[in-house]
Write a protein that binds this ligand. Structure first.
Ligand code: ZN
Ligand code: ZN
Length: 264
């Protein structure tokens, strides 16, 4: 399988989030060697101090993050396009904080992700036993209610890894629960993160699943390709296969620059 020309990896992390390795320069080098045209840094954004602090940069580190990405942009000019983004968390009540952070620098691309149901970080392997305590349908219903609100918030360009609760294998038992979110994504003109990290997890498939991709395509929703790399070796992970899958589904692959969609 050959890698199509012009692809970007639009979902990557840096060591500032405290659970990733590789400087932006090292990650950009990996993108270049993988045959990509660009890389977008989307590290976990600062959040209020009470929220998930061990898994992200602090607000005080944000200038350092921006500087390190812009330095990589300089270093790779003419060889690889380097863009500045963030993976934001959607968590009701934090919208104003998030809005303030997002307006503080000229970001190219902002992913909106849901990682928490209430106080439960449901994608954290340490808390995976909690799935056994929950009704799976209710869990997925709550999750999709949050992603729908994220899509309606006006804060984000794309929704991250849309069916993340399947990470450890707890698949959505009622696929129609995704509909309202997909309709919101389409109505708000957002894209979906096509995230190949799922191939590296127990579920062993990208986010979102193929049935969700097909429905999104019917609704005219474009996709943004991302590896969710937390190390240089993960940049562009299985992109040839991902691009082929999206192509076969009739999906459009886009990127974002200056918060504007770039087609083709
Ligand atoms: Zn992460
Ligand atoms: Zn995420």
């Amino acid at each position: 399988m050959t890698l199509p020309a012009g692809l970007f990896d639009s979902h990557t992390h840096t060591p500032l989030c405290q659970h990733a390795s590789g400087t932006p320069t090292e990650l950009a080098q990996a993108a270049l060697e993988a045959g990509l045209a660009g890389i977008v840094f989307t590290d976990h954004m600062p959040m209020p101090r009470w929220y998930d602090a061990p898994w992200r940069m602090s607000e005080a580190q944000l200038p350092l993050y921006v500087e390190s990405v812009l330095a990589a942009r300089e270093a790779f000019a003419g060889r690889l396009e380097v863009r500045l983004g963030l993976e934001a968390d959607y968590h009701p009540g934090t919208e104003r904080f998030v809005e303030r952070i997002l307006s503080s620098y000229p970001f190219d691309y902002v992913i909106g992700s849901v990682h928490y149901l209430g106080a439960w970080g449901f994608d954290n392997p340490e808390f995976v036993h909690e799935y056994e305590e929950r009704d799976l349908t209710a869990l997925w219903r709550s999750y999709y209610a949050l992603t729908e609100a994220a899509a309606r918030s006006g804060l984000f360009d794309a929704i991250g890894h849309l069916d993340l609760p399947k990470k450890f294998g707890h698949r959505n038992p009622q696929p129609d629960l995704a509909h309202a979110t997909l309709e919101a994504v389409a109505a708000e003109g957002l894209a979906l993160d096509y995230n190949t990290a799922g191939w590296r997890k127990a579920v062993a498939e990208p986010y979102p699943a193929q049935d969700v991709v097909l429905e999104a395509v019917r609704l005219g929703i474009p996709f943004v390709l991302g590896s969710d790399a937390h190390a240089p070796g993960e940049v562009g992970h299985r992109f040839a296969e991902a691009a082929q899958t999206l192509h076969d589904a009739g999906a459009q692959i886009v990127t974002f620059r200056g918060r504007e969609v770039q087609r083709g």
